[in-house]
Design a protein around this ligand. Structure first.
Ligand code: HPA
Length: 277
């Protein structure tokens, strides 16, 4: 089973042996949204470890499972936990779960993550709508033979983050009275945090927030024609901005503090996503 298309098919088949649930929206839960499932009416859970050929997260505190259910009547598949490039997986493996959710029928994808703020106007605890990304610091998930059944060899990336979904996210934030910043996300390889010089470089290149996920997932989703929306939780200011070392504990602490509004915003966006199509 070395061909990626066979591996994808095999993963989808194993899920289909357990549930015929038809998701319309896919959500990847980043740091701070680990308890999001309490907002959903769950009908089925599938741990990644029970799927042959599926990448399993090695990060402490990253529970790995698909949750199928309803958020305000919208059929959703949630990823509780994702795998990262820094864990040693190839990019094609990192995006395998996104492709599986697309093949299960999800048309829209909401990506969430924790990120370091590069834009000096940001503060830890801010939520940021991702309006565009910079992918050049990490390999492309589309490198290698093209999966023609999913999409074209040279997909357009002019509007990765869907204009309508961005508008919908802004409207939801306004209605919920949640302040929503906007900016460009850059995916860094990790696992080390960036240096101050790297962060200055990234600011010069036009990045507003740095993280270790999301961009590869957005590219794979666009490749197969899914609409994408992304929200970052700015858990810390990126390296060199504040006179303090960065730590995973700080990231988790901030993410934990904003989880209530982050959860509300996710529910707001997901509930309105399929209404407006
Ligand atoms: N850099 C990269 N990834 C991150 C950061 C950061 O500062 N904070 C949370 N994830």
């Amino acid at each position: 089973m070395d061909r990626m298309s066979d591996r994808l098919k095999h993963c989808v088949e194993q899920i289909r042996e357990r549930t015929d649930f038809q998701p319309e929206v896919a959500v990847v839960l980043g740091s701070g949204l680990g308890e999001y499932a309490r907002n959903m009416d769950t009908v089925c859970e599938v741990p990644y470890s029970e799927l042959d050929g599926f990448p399993v997260s090695t990060v402490e505190g990253h529970d790995g499972r698909f949750l199928f259910g309803y958020v305000n009547q919208v059929p959703v598949v949630l990823m509780k936990g994702r795998v990262h490039y820094y864990e040693g997986y190839e990019m094609q493996e990192v995006v395998l779960p996104i492709r599986v959710m697309g093949l299960l029928g999800a048309k829209d994808l909401l990506l969430t993550n924790a990120a370091g703020g590069i834009c000096l106007d940001f503060q830890p605890g801010d939520l940021m709508l991702i309006t565009d990304h910079i992918s050049t610091a990490v390999p492309s998930p589309l490198r290698g033979p093209n999966l023609d059944e999913l999409g074209v060899r040279f997909p357009d990336m002019s509007h990765v983050y869907d204009t309508k979904l961005c508008e919908l996210a802004r409207n939801q934030a306004r209605e919920l009275d949640i302040s929503l910043r906007e900016g460009v996300y850059i995916q860094c390889p990790g696992p080390a945090y960036e240096t101050p010089a790297e962060i200055r470089m990234m600011r010069t290149l036009g990045a507003d927030a740095a993280g270790m996920s999301t961009v590869c997932e957005a590219i794979a989703a666009r490749h197969m024609g899914m609409r994408v929306c992304g929200i970052s939780c700015i858990t810390n200011m990126a390296a060199g901005i504040q006179n303090q070392p960065l730590s995973h504990e700080e990231v988790q602490e901030t993410a934990d503090k904003v989880k209530d509004s982050f959860e509300k915003l996710v529910t707001g966006i997901v509930s309105s996503m399929r209404k407006e199509k």
